[in-house]
Each structure stands twice: as C-alpha cells, then as structure tokens.
Design a protein around this ligand. Structure first.
Ligand code: PLP
Length: 396
C-alpha cells in the first residue's frame, strides 16, 4: 500500500488466523533421519547409540568433560543436588526469579531453600544479595550446601562475581542453564560454570526433544554416579542387587535422536531469537513506558524469550496487556512469579538486592514484566502484528 503523505510503501499488517504462541517447537526435518536410524536398528529404549552420541556432542559443545541425557531438566537438577550431597535439613541458596523446576528438586531432597534477589543489570541472581545471604549464614552458622543459579530467559548472570563469592566460602554452584543452552559469559558457555550444570529440552525451550534434560560436569565420576542413580541404582551383580535407591530418569534413544537433529540447527535458532529481540527493541524502544530486559556487557544471551517491563505511568498493568494481546490472538505471559512470593514458600528467608521499600528487584520485575512471543519459527508478519497490537494497547 502506498502512503500518500510520505510516498513510502507501508506494510499491510493484518491479524493472522493462527494464534501466536510464546514459544513452540521448531523442527528442521533432520530429526527424522536420526529417528529412522533408531527404528531401523530397533534401539527403542531409555539408552542406546543416539543417547551416547547426544551426550558426547552436548559435552563437546558446552566444553565440559561429561554429560548425561535424562527424562527432563528437573531430573537433572534432582540428580545434581544429590551429587552435591543435599539432604534433609540442609540449606540451599536459590535464585528467586525463576521457574519452580529450579527449586522443587531441593524440596524433594527435604532441604530448605533460601531465596536470593535479582539485580537490574541481568535480572539474574544479584551478587550483592548473595553476599548478604552468606554474611547471614556465617552469623547463624548455617552454611548452604550449594547455590542454584538460574539463567533467566537465556541470559547469563554476573558469573565472575557469583563464582568468586561461592569459591570464597567453598560452596559449589548448580547452574540451571535450562533456558540458556548456547548462551555464554566472557566466551565461556552457560552450563559449564557450576560444579554441575543442567539443560532442558522441554517443548518450549530453544531446542526440544518434546521433553528431556542433560546433566553436565567436568567431574566424570559425578556423571558416572548420576548415571547409576538414573538407571535404578543397579549394582553390578548377575541378579538385581541394590545397595542404594535410584530413579528411572534416563532419556529414550528415540528422543535423543530428535535432540541430535535439533543440535544441528541450534546456532540458527539462537540467531533467529536474537533477531526477534532486536526487532522488538528497534520497533518498541521509543514507546513510552517500555523497557527491555538488558543484555549485560559480556553476557551473550540467546534471547530465549524477549522480556519487557511496562511502567505504571502507562496506566496499564501486566494483566491489562496480557488480556488485550490475548484478544488479538497473541499469547504473552507474565515474568516468572518469584519463588519467595509463592504460597508454598511463605515464611522462607529472602535476601534483597537493595534495602528499603523498593528493595526487592524481583518483586518489581514481576509487577511490571511481560514475555513477548519469541519462537524462532514465528514469521515477520506475525511479529509485526505483535508490535502493532502492543503499541495499540498502550495508546488506548
Ligand atoms: C524448563 C526449566 C527447567 C527444567 O524443566 P523440565 O521441564 O523439567 O525439563 C528448569 N529450570 C528452569 C529455569 C526452566 O525454565
């Protein structure tokens, strides 16, 4: 269409028939070749050559010595906590602004989570709040067994500061890189910072096996031990012999086949998600009241989800916007509700980034934050519709 005033060709932006979802699987077709191979060889089991290869390829990609493919990311966190000897009565420090799966496995182990606020630069664990929690632990004599550091929406935290603090107290990190496969910090891959790290291949993640997870470590004995627990803790004996209790947590060879096909396209998927973020930023940065989750210096985010905050001065809260977008056939979601605000964790200890009334950064992010559709398979036309709808909503 020609705009008579500017003599520019303007784009016709129309409502798509299909609902625009937040994040969904993006298959390449290559997965089918790997699945066919699994069928032809009849390796239809929670182990097999694709599982071995997927583990090896992922360990190489991340730059760690060993990896273990599992049924989900939650299982990987659970095994990771057990490796770090987290058990009943122990304290675990956790990022508060994250999905429940970061923390639930600590509850499986009957440990007590203590929650750590975010900082504004990364939206991830604040080194300032973490230091406060350690100061308190020293005072009360109850040191944490480990620190679970989540990597929100594909972005690394300030890992140099967090690692320095944890090293000072000799406390290991469990790095929850479920949302951050392919992200890096000063060139080092997310998933390789902790004593153990994890990825998730749930259907909404950057790549998917429909459901799945990976446990990573430079300590090969750790991975061997976790493999033992993940396979029902079967001792080596001619019969079924058990000196410990394990789990049925391993990944199927069929799903590992999907994962290998997905891995071939990971870099393209990351590039596309970053492009989607850049487009939102270009088109919406001038809109009053909108700010973007920042990409901190040296933090190479995969931009799994583009997240924004909408200032109260717009007169709109996050539910007004989500409901409006919903009417336009667009799925937006609130930012994760912080763990310290969850009814289940009422009364838990929580350390904020700042003091005073507005001290909790994560509370503010939850109260103003929205995740925008970010799927790598989303078309330009669909994204145009999201941008137009959001501008419309805020101008009403
Ligand atoms: C997706 C996710 C997990 C793991 O989820 P699974 O569905 O068990 O694979 C863990 N932590 C975070 C932050 C996640 O987003």
């Amino acid at each position: 269409m020609l705009d008579y005033k500017t003599h520019c060709v303007t784009k016709e932006i129309s409502r798509p028939d299909k609902r625009i979802l937040l994040s969904y699987p993006h298959m390449s077709g290559d997965e089918l070749n790997f699945i066919k191979e699994a069928f032809d060889s009849n390796w239809i089991a929670p182990l097999g050559p694709h599982v071995d290869a997927f583990e090896k390829e992922t360990a190489e990609y991340t730059g760690v010595k060993a990896a273990l493919a599992l049924s989900c990311g939650s299982a990987a966190i659970h095994l990771g906590l057990r490796l770090l000897d987290v058990k009943a009565g122990d304290v675990v420090f956790c990022s508060t602004l994250t999905f429940i799966a970061s923390v639930a496995p600590a509850v499986y182990q009957k440990a007590t989570p203590v929650f750590i606020d975010s900082d504004e630069d990364t939206w991830n664990m604040s080194p300032v709040a973490l230091q406060k929690a350690f100061d308190d632990a020293v005072k009360t004599g109850k040191m944490p067994k480990c620190v679970i550091v989540a990597e929100l929406y594909g972005q690394p935290p300030k890992m140099d500061e967090i690692c320095a603090i944890c090293n000072r107290y000799g406390v290991p990190i469990l790095e929850d890189a479920a949302e951050a496969l392919g992200a890096s910090y000063y060139g080092k891959m997310c998933g390789s910072f902790g004593k153990v790290g994890i990825y998730s291949y749930n259907g909404n993640k950057i790549i998917t096996t429909s459901g799945g997870g990976m446990l990573l470590s430079d300590d090969e004995e750790y991975i061997q031990k976790a493999r033992f627990w993940a396979t029902q803790a079967r001792d080596s004996a001619p019969w079924y012999e058990h000196t410990e209790i394990g789990y049925n947590y391993r990944m199927s060879n069929l799903l590992a086949a999907v994962g290998r096909g997905q891995m071939l396209h990971l870099e393209e998927r990351i590039a596309r998600r970053r492009e989607i973020y850049a487009t939102y930023k270009k088109e919406l940065s001038d809109t009053h009241g909108i700010s973007f989750m920042p990409e901190a210096p040296k933090c190479h985010s995969i931009q799994w989800l583009t997240a924004i905050t909408v200032a109260p001065s717009t007169g709109k809260n996050f539910m007004d916007i989500i409901n409006y977008m919903n009417q336009q056939n667009i799925e937006c979601r609130p930012v994760w509700k912080p763990m310290h605000l969850q009814p289940y964790f009422a009364g838990s200890k929580y350390f904020t980034h700042d003091e005073g009334e507005n001290g909790s950064v994560s509370d503010n992010l939850f109260n103003t934050g929205i995740c925008l559709p970010s799927a790598s398979a989303m078309t330009e036309e669909e994204q145009d519709w999201v941008i137009k709808s959001l501008k419309e909503c805020l101008s009403k």
